[in-house]
Design a protein around this ligand. Sequence first.
Ligand code: WQD
Length: 342
Amino acid sequence: MGRQILVTGGTGYIGSHTVVELQAVGFDVVIIDDLSNSSAEVVDNIEKISGIRPAFEEFNLLDSVKLEAFFVKYSKIDAIIHFAAFKAVGESVEKPLAYYRNNLVSLMNILDSMSKYKIQNLVFSSSCTVYGQPDQLPVTENTPKKDAESPYGNTKAIAEEVLRDVVKVTPDIKVIALRYFNPIGAHPSALIGELPNGVPNNLVPFITQTAAGLRKQLSVFGDDYNTPDGSCIRDYINVVDLAKAHVVAINRLLENSNTERYEFFNVGTGTGVSVLEVLNTFEKATGVKVNYQIVARRSGDIEKIYADTTIANTVLGWKAETSLSDTLLSAWNWEKKIRKIK
Ligand code: WQD
């Protein structure tokens, strides 16, 4: 077995796809997840895809006693990818304390463990939400960060500050933060994908659930923005392409190719796409009409954001490859699989 990688939140949406890609290139993966937003069945499905069952420990990272016992049991961890966090924007507005405690204390416990157990390498799951509504587009890694639109987004911005300050005084650790744009789609096997709890907040799972007949109608939150068709623009990135960016980042750290001990990269496609364009692309790719109506804007939404991916492409050596059409088709195939639709 290859070098051992701890993936926190490894049964989650992006985490599970990253475990599969790590295993595909020979890494030995261990997952910690509290299953608060995923299920243990994901471990079975990872094994079905890769043929390798990752080790899995179920607990929350706030439990320092269990975390201590974990690192005593797994004493050969070479690097950590830290996904574990609460991530529902709307919920974070209602439960800010739960978000700040869970998302920040879990990161601090991971950093404490890295120092104690001499683990040098960390890849952190960050978000383009740290940019707020940028004044200029596309956003580069040097675009000034703005007040986040939600406590969730703020936990990502604060986490990046914590990482920067800790790396400064901890010469033995190096960190790469990946700022995701909008992850969508599912693994081509349709064995893993996005499984939102309850009514989906995000656009693509709401589209696929409407197409599957679980939702009566998609609400498009506003078509009066200053964009070509009036609907908001985002940078939708295929979840497998995003997972591969984590493998590239892990290799960069393990091979000591990083030029700074704290690096951050925009991980997007570089193309901005509107809500209505996503809808039209989905219908064309799947042949399924989606019932929708234009409604009022959703509070907290920014008008448009998409990435300048030059640094990720040239420095990290990673580029998104999957088309929006193929990505939306993968999301539909996943929806059909879990709803047992032919
Ligand atoms: C995309 C666009 C909506 C639902 C959030 C988080 C971000 C990341 C991704 C975690 C917007 C519109 C949506 C619907 C709609 N999450 N929309 N009808 O808000 O860009 O980003 O999820 O890391 O941090 O902020 O994604 O998919 O919710 O919305 O019209 O039913 O689709 O208004 O313009 P968002 P989203």
